[in-house]
Design a protein around this ligand. Structure first.
Ligand code: SF4
Length: 233
């Protein structure tokens, strides 16, 4: 049983993670990309490697055409500027873009992404043996990733790769979540101190639901686009 509240996973990798502004443990940990791709395929995900963000944007822009597309909240996808590329030849629903301007509530707009042909988001962490891990506060991102589309694309930089599930859960609680709380100006202890998870009881807590995808969901295509640079939190 993994203790998701544990603040310490005291090894060289986790110390390098905390010291790195990109949330990467690259100083002491070089992930085996071929092993990650093999692991993802063994878990029935399609897997494609792109050298950088520009190549990933061109790849996805070539694959997705004439579709109703949902985009989840993701710093990685924002860095790729995917909305701009896809909106030219698809109908894009993007929770990153202000729903207020469109006269819709967040709830209405996020609900719209549940029913698109294609859904894109990132992961908080993935393991070398191809397991995907995501934490969500409102649930719209993980709900949309699980069911209801022709295809889901996960886009992840190499900084999200972890040696195993234990490190992956540690990373999302102690690197990804505090940095996302800081980005969103949440009233949580991790955002104030920016160092680790305090397993808070804040009403603004973003760690409410943990999704671990051991294998691809049935009856839906799912592809992981792994990008050879540090992207996202
Ligand atoms: S929001 Fe709360 S539970 Fe989540 S990382 Fe921050 S302190 Fe931990």
């Amino acid at each position: 049983m993994i203790d998701v509240t544990r603040p310490e996973l005291d090894d060289a990798i986790t110390r390098a993670w905390q010291a790195s502004p990109e949330g990467s443990a690259a100083a002491v940990y070089t992930p085996d990309i071929e092993r990650v791709l093999r692991g993802l395929r063994a878990n029935r995900f399609e897997a494609h490697y792109c050298a950088d963000a520009a190549e990933a944007r061109a790849y996805l822009n070539g694959k997705i055409d004439g579709k109703k597309v949902g985009i989840g909240d993701s710093e990685t996808l924002r860095k790729l500027e995917l909305h701009e590329a896809l909106a030219a030849h698809n109908q894009v629903h993007n929770v990153l873009r202000s729903p207020i301007n469109k006269g819709m509530s967040f709830f209405e707009y996020a609900k719209g992404t549940l029913l698109t042909d294609v859904f894109l988001c990132s992961v908080n962490a993935l393991t070398e043996d191809g397991i995907l891990v995501n934490m969500d506060g409102t649930g719209n991102r993980v709900a949309a990733a699980l069911f209801g589309h022709e295809k889901v694309y996960y886009v992840a930089g190499v900084n999200k790769i972890c040696p195993d599930l234990d490190h992956a859960i540690w990373r999302l609680r102690n690197i990804a979540a505090p940095r996302n709380c800081l980005r969103k100006h949440k009233a949580t202890p991790c955002a104030k101190r920016g160092d680790r998870c305090y397993n808070c009881a804040s009403p603004e807590r973003i760690c409410n639901g943990l999704l671990i995808e051991f294998k691809k969901m049935s009856n839906m295509e799912m592809e992981v686009v792994l990008v050879g640079e540090c992207l996202g939190l």
